[in-house]
Design a binder for this molecule. Structure first.
Ligand SMILES: [Zn+2]
Length: 128
């Protein structure tokens, strides 16, 4: 999943809101996994104020896209710890690690993919 696109708007007319992976992760942890900001910040290895800032930004971006009918493009932003980011294809957990990982922390699936690096097509370059 690299983003969302509203139904019924041709791609060429579509404007998009760019969201960083960190913003996406903040939103996922707080609103999907129902973690407290404290817990979520700890999970992402960032301070609580940084988490809250990311989370606010994420919500504003989603609201803007939703209200204005824009697509949401998720791409690497400033990687907080410069670590390896993976997404589990089975349980959708994001794995943030200082070392390369081969399996999911949560469900042990080895069906994980790297999400902080482009796959060679040059479209997913970090913006900063
Ligand atoms: Zn998993």
């Amino acid at each position: 999943m690299e983003g969302y696109k509203p139904f019924g708007v041709p791609m060429r007319e579509l404007e998009s809101v760019v969201m960083s992976l960190e913003e996406y992760e903040a939103l996922r942890l707080a609103d999907y996994e129902n973690l407290t900001h404290e817990e979520a910040a700890k999970k992402m290895n960032i301070s609580r104020p940084t988490f809250t800032r990311l989370y606010d930004k994420a919500r504003k971006n989603v609201a803007k896209a939703f209200v204005e009918g824009k697509a949401i493009v998720i791409r690497g932003g400033t990687f907080i710890a410069g670590d390896y980011w993976y997404r589990c294809n089975d349980c959708h957990e994001t794995i943030i690690s200082a070392t390369p990982e081969e399996s999911c922390d949560k469900c042990n699936s080895d069906d994980i993919r790297r999400i902080d690096k482009d796959d060679g097509n040059g479209e997913n370059q970090p913006s900063e």
